[in-house]
Design a binder for this molecule. Sequence first.
Ligand code: SF4
Ligand code: SF4
Length: 238
Amino acid sequence: MSELKHDRRNLAGQPAKIGPHPGQSPVFACARCGACCSHQAIQLNPWEVWRLARRLGLASGQFIARHSDNAGLFLRFGPDGRCGFLTPAGCAVHPDRPLACRLYPLGLETDPEGREVYAVLARHPACQGGASPAPSGAARDAYLASQALEEWLAAQRFYLGLARELEAGLAGLEPRERRRAEIELLGDGRAPGLWQDLDQAAGPGVDDPGEARERHAASLRAWLVGWKAGDRRDDAYF
Ligand code: SF4
Ligand code: SF4
């Protein structure tokens, strides 16, 4: 998960606040300049795709085609390097912005033992948000609390666990069979697979965010069981 940021409202020329004011909490305060919404690589998990799609009134497959790269794995940035959702008024999808955007200037990685490790990312040279929070401690906790992260962190943990579960389920397949299964699951780089396209996998009509990922997981588990039992949708393709 790489860079990110939040809502930015001074692209139209309003003066930006410079960091925390005297007497304020030393928590990092985004000045909403938009500088860090360009030239980034922002990874998306399937639930983040689904949230963004719902915000725009799209099915997840439509969102993937219009607004993502690598068939739903990354947010699409334009030829000028700017995020497609960056507008003069700020982030057009701010309430549903991805986790990476919520965390910036922090980043989050999960180590092989499942421990979550925060890091301070390199800041855009024009960033006016004040001192970056340390990767641990009270200032970090206060900053994270200000970013409405809970649902996004829960989704990230959910999909990390699901990815490990599916990986373990595919581990016993011989290499050619595994490759076939991975293409059905993850797509071929141009079209998404069942992993990225939550609506296709789980079926339409799911509007509750928690139910969406539970139904998605159930559909992927059922797909894996079916695959191992010989139920393949792509025999003609191979
Ligand atoms: S989604 Fe919003 S916050 Fe994230 S990079 Fe795009 S414009 Fe910036
Ligand atoms: S560069 Fe800094 S101040 Fe500007 S939008 Fe990004 S995080 Fe906020």
